[in-house]
Design a protein around this ligand. Structure first.
Ligand SMILES: NC(=O)c1ccc[n+]([C@@H]2O[C@H](COP(=O)([O-])OP(=O)(O)OC[C@H]3O[C@@H](n4cnc5c(N)ncnc54)[C@H](OP(=O)(O)O)[C@@H]3O)[C@@H](O)[C@H]2O)c1
Length: 251
């Protein structure tokens, strides 16, 4: 049966958990061969087994999504993947991590890792995917930003600054590559319950902050948004979407 993404190969970073994991499953259901990246190989193997059991095609690519050499190696492994057609058509730039608290009280020892992954790692992958897709004159680059990359939040200051940065990079890249038939979409989630909160170091204050919001998002709420924008005809590029829990008024 022909599915909307049949014949396409998608690379999804940060796919061992949360938004990346469900996005990989949804794109595989839509017929894409999915190369799934993260650092935890065991989690990737579980995901690949689930996708293959459902009739999909998947490749685990365990590597760090922040460093130049790792990103080059990741892309090389995708391009050497015969089952994936030795190419990629979609890059979901999703790997990222949060960091709780403001400029005054966040853990400064973690700033560098947050910037390296969320800003520089994303930029490196966007550059490489952009160059590759411009050559091919088609492709989709989906960048996962955040509502705190549009609205300044004092409870995630350093993290939010990295999401402002990639929001600006996504729009700059869109202007560079759009004329060559390459789409760039920035997806900005509100609060999604995933491993994100624990990694970022949110504790009791997270419950206090979110208690009045009502039902929070789950990763599939974002994955479905990504699936939708990829389903549109090639001449339609949804440049930005913000997806929040209905009760989240701020940020
Ligand atoms: N959850 C939210 O409320 C929320 C809101 C707005 C935006 N976002 C953004 O959405 C994206 C996904 O977040 P999530 O909620 O799905 O969080 P998550 O459940 O913590 O997933 C993060 C993923 O990134 C991977 N990762 C972390 N560091 C990595 C590295 N150095 N190299 C490769 N992979 C790495 C993790 O896998 P490994 O640990 O196995 O490497 C994991 O698969 C992030 O960019 C985040 O900033 C999340």
């Amino acid at each position: 049966m022909n599915k909307p993404l049949s014949g396409k190969t998608a690379l999804i970073t940060g796919a061992s958990s949360g938004i990346g994991r469900i996005t990989a499953k949804l794109l595989a259901q839509d017929g894409a061969a999915v190369a799934v990246n993260a650092r935890r190989r065991d989690k990737l193997n579980e995901l690949v087994a689930e996708i293959v059991a459902q009739g999909g095609i998947a490749l685990p690519v365990d590597s760090d999504a922040s460093g130049t050499a790792d990103i080059d190696e990741m892309l090389q492994r995708v391009l050497e993947w015969d089952e994936g057609g030795n190419k990629y058509d979609i890059a979901v730039v999703n790997a990222g991590r949060g960091l709780a608290n403001g400029l005054l009280d966040s853990d400064e020892d973690q700033w560098e890792e947050v910037v390296r992954l969320n800003h520089l790692g994303a930029a490196r992958l966007m550059r490489r995917a952009g160059r590759y897709m411009v050559e091919r004159k088609s492709g989709d680059i989906v960048v996962i930003g955040s509502v705190v990359g549009k609205h300044i939040s004092p409870v995630s200051s350093v993290y939010g600054s990295t999401k402002f940065a990639i929001g600006s990079l996504a729009e700059a890249l869109r202007r560079e590559v759009g004329p060559y038939g390459v789409r760039v979409s920035l997806v900005m989630p509100g609060i999604v319950v995933s491993e994100f909160q624990q990694v970022a170091g949110y504790g009791e204050e997270f419950n206090n902050l979110t208690g009045s919001i009502g039902t929070l998002l789950n990763p599939a709420d974002i994955g479905e948004g990504i699936r939708w924008l990829l389903s549109l005809p090639p001449h339609v590029n949804v440049n930005e979407i913000m997806i929040r829990p209905t009760g989240q008024s701020y940020p």
